[in-house]
Write a protein that binds this ligand. Structure first.
Ligand code: NAD
Length: 499
């Protein structure tokens, strides 16, 4: 059995707490590694190393820091298949999807190559007699990030790339369910030229997270994961005086207007609802067709597409639509919610409950499910299922559809499918959700824009990546400088006037 490590001060370090988490191969159900769970002492050792290494790194000019990012991009491309393979093996997502996970993180690293430009301050010449005023963006010191299982490459890179490009040291506490890729990323950053101690990986669970929240040297904390933990981390981190941004769960609605291209909408829903087994914070989990006729046409188009989905392990080839969910507990939770939908009166149009994959009976595979006539009081509507389950809520009008998405407590992403520019424009303007798609089911902003939800999907003021990241990982210092003038009329310099 492989025993994974922490990555501290440029070394793979064995865990000393004596506590471990099982890391599964979700396709077979086998435990393939043990992940060490750090104690507060182990976390404190990493913080000490980070605090000692950071001042020198913060003093390196931004262009040289950017060159490390450039080299890191080259190494990510070199090792793309190796990273994707390790990722699929622990997470279960298909090989092309795993490469996409690395690629989307890589794009944030590419954006960070612009650090010299992004870190430039402002300057006002002659703000008063002999007075200039300028601002600079300085690193915070030691930052930490706590990341979820569902994007073990992309989300760590969302955080550590801008933090490090800004001159901070960064401690990553990845998900204990798939920690191998984050460890590989830390090694690659050092191969790219990053000094030891600037990026460290401390594996762990709540104990390590609490140690991060309470450590006085850590200045900022980024979190991505479920909403209850996001709320907890935001509250405790802020009350300890840290800068905190937390991104939580989702329940993304897609509105289908009567004039939508129904084939396009159905294709989009199948990709967005079932891709990555629904384990995406930007997955569409609620379809809201407007009008019964639209709903009937949509269901008719959806059913054969869903029934044709190929579910399998990442090793079965690139035509697999989605793989297993991450753990047996995740599978159990999903099937429990499906049962609640049936019990509460939703119509289960595609039933994946008996799904079995020959040769992989112990894997955590979940068949695709489609519910129709879901109502807002049902658990499957209110809760994030995070599995291959799509719920259809029929709305009588556009206003009712809009109101549903507005009233849901989550506000990560949403989409409208229509041919009517006026409806699309009205929707984009009025909806209280952070990321909006118009005929685009998963409207994930690219690296040079910012990513973040509203309502219970995000806590804090600034979004992930894009220009916001450079604000989050720096603080502004503004200097007002006065140099009394010794220059007399006629240009002769009077040193005495300087006394
Ligand atoms: P999770 O909340 O269970 O875990 C996230 C991180 O928090 C992990 O590192 C975990 O070790 C840690 N953690 C877990 N329980 C904790 C506790 N009690 N105290 C302190 N730390 C704890 O989330 P997950 O299951 O890994 O990821 C799935 C969730 O993440 C979904 O809700 C999904 O919507 C969300 N997500 C959100 C975004 C976004 O940008 N909004 C992106 C990806 C995933």
């Amino acid at each position: 059995m492989q025993e994974l490590t922490h990555y501290i001060n440029g070394e793979h370090v064995k865990g000393t707490s004596g506590r471990f988490a099982d890391v599964y191969n979700p396709a077979t159900g086998e435990v393939q590694a043990k992940c060490p769970l750090a104690s507060a002492d182990e976390l404190a050792q990493a913080v000490e190393v980070a605090a000692a290494a950071q001042p020198a790194w913060g003093a390196v000019n931004p262009q040289r820091r950017a060159r490390v990012m450039m080299e890191f991009v080259r190494l990510l491309n070199r090792d793309m298949d190796k990273l994707a393979e390790a990722l699929s093996r622990e997470h279960g997502k298909t090989f092309p999807d795993a490469k996409g996970d690395v690629q989307r993180g890589l794009e944030v690293v590419e954006y960070c190559i612009g650090a010299p430009q992004l870190l430039k301050g402002e300057f006002t010449d002659s703000a008063g007699p002999g007075i200039d005023m300028y601002s600079m963006r300085q690193p915070l010191g030691v930052s930490a990030g706590i990341t979820p299982f569902n994007f073990p490459a992309m989300i760590p890179m969302w955080m550590f790339a801008p933090a490090i490009a800004c001159g901070n040291a960064f401690i990553l506490k990845p998900s204990e369910r798939d920690p191998s890729v984050p460890l590989m990323l830390a090694e690659l950053m050092e191969e790219a030229g990053l000094p030891k101690g600037i990026l460290q990986v401390v594996n762990g669970d709540k104990e390590a997270v609490d140690a991060i929240l309470d450590h006085p040297v850590i200045q900022s904390i980024g979190f991505v994961g479920s909403t209850p933990i996001a709320e907890y981390i935001y509250g405790r981190g802020c009350s300890n005086g840290k800068r905190v941004q937390c991104f939580g769960g989702a329940k993304n609605h897609m509105i289908i207007m009567p004039d939508a291209d129904m084939d396009q909408a159905a294709d989009a829903l199948v990709g967005a609802g079932y891709g990555a087994a629904g384990e995406r914070c930007m997955a569409i989990s609620v379809a809201v067709p407007v009008g019964d006729e639209t709903a009937d046409r949509l269901i008719e188009k959806l059913v054969p597409r869903i029934e044709a989905l190929k579910v399998g392990p990442y090793t079965a080839g690139d035509d697999v639509d989605y793989g297993p969910v991450v753990t047996a507990a995740a599978k159990e939770k999903i099937l429990g919610l499906v049962q609640s939908g049936v019990d509460q009166g939703a119509e289960l149009v595609v039933d994946g409950r008996d799904f079995k994959l020959q040769g992989y009976e112990d894997g955590f595979f979940v068949g695709p499910h489609l519910f129709d006539r879901v109502t807002p009081d049902m658990d499957i509507y209110q809760q994030e299922i995070f599995g291959p389950v799509l719920s259809c809520v029929r709305a009588a009008s556009y206003e009712e559809a809009l109101g549903l998405a507005m009233d849901h407590e989550m506000g990560n992403g949403t989409a409208i499918f229509t041919r009517d520019g006026d409806a699309a424009r009205d929707f984009a303007n009025r909806i209280n959700i952070g990321m909006v798609g118009v005929n685009v089911p998963i409207p994930v902003p690219l690296a040079y824009h910012t990513f973040g939800g509203w309502k219970k999907s995000a806590f804090g003021d600034l979004n992930q990546h894009g220009p916001d990241a450079f604000k989050f990982y720096t603080r502004t210092k503004t200097v007002t400088a006065r140099w009394p003038s010794g220059i007399k009329e006629g240009g002769e310099f009077n040193f005495k006037a300087m006394d």
